[in-house]
Design a protein around this ligand. Structure first.
Ligand SMILES: Nc1ncnc2c1ncn2[C@@H]1O[C@H](COP(=O)(O)OP(=O)(O)OP(=O)(O)O)[C@@H](O)[C@H]1O
Length: 602
């Protein structure tokens, strides 16, 4: 095992803290169950040899005492039911320990897995935005569910099975050795053969299982994409193509499983043959020895029972060894997430007044690529004013806002962003984000009621507060038209809001947050020009003390701003009021002319 795997399993082991007593209890119950299992053949052997027949007792003194209390050999011969009752008592002990073992391992497993799930979710919440952008949602979900499930299966089933098998083999060999060396050695030869056979075969099979899993994933993706993109499928008449694509993947999936069925057939069949051979060898050799009086009939029965008892667990031991690699991979995938560094906060982070001027000074920024997205950008936003940013697609407008609320941190030597003279890298992230309200171009609403979606930012808000916010966002009338009004559920199982309605509900949500800085990142794009103007008018009246940052492609949205910044390929191309910019021959004037002419045509 390499150091990395060791570390992963160590991390997983650390989450069993608090539940280890249950693991120990389950192990103890397993030992009792195994011992009880071995005792039954011993009782039968004793009954056959020393009660029904006359073979001398080979028992320890407490048991001898017990026999004399029961009337010795004769007494027991007359009352054979006592032996049967003893076997039943052992069976009761075995089932009780089975019960305790199952409950304890369930508690240990569920407790540990619950801790891992909570830890993962909590950690994911604290990982930087850049990590979320880089990693696919499907992959994160799979690691948090399927991989955790593999670990769950390992702790609940495989771990206890491994322990039980080791106990079974060790105790059976320890009991068989003193009885007959030759027969025990014969069993001993088969032990590694059975384990090796099933681990190698299962190792090969598990690779095929993986291919079948991937084929299932492809089938799932085809269905999911089809359902998500149903509008595109219908609009372009792609149903036939989609059906063909699905059938092809479906066929591949079922073919793989048929092939796997054959291979599983070989696996189980040959496995049965190998273990059957083991039991048969003992039966033949045991019969020979019993006939020649080397062992008693009772001992012969014990050997056959013990060999049959360990045959199946030995096979599953091999299978578990084969599956262990799957557990290691899952543990590694989970630990990869857990070892990602969380967003850190310096202890001296501050919470300054946010109703102050915002200043970008020589800001240069690049994402992972080598080309800067922002290049030496400097500007100042006066507190309480409306500041607008105009720029073509990909010019870096959203990046400016990503940096403002520290979704990405500006590296030390790449300029600075300050609020009231305080560098934002020194401001507490949570405080900063709570004071900068953001409405995005494609807002996200949860599958809850409209009211719950809005009050998410302020749980103490009253329905009057909500109505005030929706009235400023000009969405109150639309909401009241729904039969359930503010209690209307939105999302997959509820009402579908139009793009513009969604944008306006998220504007209302942001307004309720009552932040000194408000950012509208292209968030009026799906609203008609008239409503856009009304919303801005209402905002101006109601939020006159707040600093408003408007990002838009639409000149009419921006033209009344106090200052307009024109961004071109990550650089400041121009800055000024609408009247100033319209006087200069620049991008702003060009865009203005194009948009105004288009409006005329309309
Ligand atoms: N998370 C990211 N990782 C890497 N590159 C990114 C990331 N986000 C944006 N970019 C790149 O940075 C550049 C600027 O993107 P940005 O979203 O800031 O532009 P924008 O002006 O807001 O564009 P639009 O008007 O189309 O929304 C683009 O080239 C984009 O591909």
């Amino acid at each position: 095992m390499d150091a990395k795997n060791k570390l992963n399993l160590k991390t997983i082991y650390s989450y069993t803290r608090g539940y280890r007593k249950f693991i120990a209890l389950s192990a103890a119950a397993t030992v009792v169950r195994v011992l009880a299992g071995f005792t039954t053949p011993q009782v039968i052997s004793f009954t056959v040899d020393s009660i029904i027949d006359d073979v001398p007792y080979k028992l320890i003194s407490p048991l001898m005492k017990l026999i004399s209390m029961a009337g010795g050999r004769e007494g027991l011969r007359q009352n054979l039911w006592l032996c049967a009752a003893f076997v039943i008592a052992i069976a009761i002990i075995a089932s009780l320990s089975d019960f305790v073992g199952r409950i304890s391992i369930a508690k240990a497993t569920e407790g540990t897995v619950k801790t891992i799930r909570n830890k993962l979710f909590e950690h994911i919440q604290k990982l930087p935005y850049s990590w979320h952008i880089k990693n696919q949602t499907g992959d994160i979900i799979q690691r948090s569910t399927s991989d955790v499930e593999v670990l769950r299966n390992f702790i609940s089933t495989q771990l206890s099975e491994m322990f039980r098998t080791i106990m079974l083999v060790a105790i059976s060999l320890a009991l068989m050795f003193p009885m007959n060396l030759k027969l025990t050695l014969m069993v001993l030869v088969f032990v590694p053969v059975v384990i090796l056979y099933s681990s190698i075969f299962y190792g090969i099979l598990s690779k095929k299982f993986l291919v079948a899993d991937e084929a299932e994933g492809a089938l799932f993706t085809a269905t999911q994409e089809n359902l998500t993109g149903v509008r595109v499928v219908r609009a372009f008449g792609r149903e036939k193509y989609e059906i063909e694509k699905f059938s092809e993947r479906n066929l591949k999936f079922s073919d793989l499983w048929v092939k796997l069925g054959y291979q599983l057939g070989y696996y189980w069949g040959i496995g049965d043959l190998v273990t059957g051979l083991m039991v048969m060898t003992i039966v033949v050799a045991g019969t020979y020895q019993a006939v020649n009086n080397v062992i008693t009939l009772g001992e012969f029965l014990v050997f056959v029972s013990y060999t049959s008892m360990i045959a199946w667990p030995l096979r599953s031991f091999g299978r578990i060894l084969g599956e262990l690699s799957k557990t290691k991979v899952s543990a590694q995938r989970i630990c990869e997430i857990l070892s990602e560094p969380e967003e850190s906060e310096t202890p001296e982070a501050v919470e300054p007044d946010m109703n102050k001027d915002i200043e970008y000074k020589n800001v240069t920024f690049k994402y992972d690529g080598s080309v800067p997205v922002l290049d030496d950008v400097s500007f100042k936003i006066k507190a309480g004013t409306t500041f607008a940013v105009l720029g073509g697609t990909g010019s870096g407008k959203t990046t400016l806002m990503h940096l403002l609320n520290r979704l990405y941190d500006l590296p030390e030597d790449s300029g600075s962003i300050t609020i009231g003279g305080v560098d934002i890298r020194k401001i507490k992230r949570e405080y900063l984000r709570k004071n900068i309200g953001m409405v995005l171009q494609e807002p996200f609403l949860f599958s809850r009621s409209i009211k719950d979606n809005i009050t998410i930012v302020n749980e103490n808000a009253t329905i009057d507060d909500v109505k005030e916010a929706t009235s400023i966002a000009h969405v109150d009338e639309a909401i009241e038209e729904f039969s359930k009004g503010y209690d209307t559920i939105v999302g997959e199982r509820g009402v579908t809001l139009s793009g513009g309605q969604k944008q306006r509900v998220s504007i209302a949500r942001m307004l309720l947050q009552k932040t000194p800085i408000m950012v509208f990142d292209d968030s009026l794009s799906a609203v008609d020009a008239e409503t856009d103007a009304k919303i801005r008018e209402a905002l101006k009246k109601d939020k006159k003390d707040s600093t408003i940052i408007l990002i838009s492609h639409r000149i009419t949205t921006l033209m009344q701003a106090d200052i307009i910044l024109v961004l071109d390929k990550g650089r400041v191309a121009d800055m000024g009021t609408h009247d100033e910019l319209i006087e200069r021959d620049g991008i702003y004037k060009e865009v203005f002319n194009v948009q105004m002419n288009l409006s005329d045509v309309d």
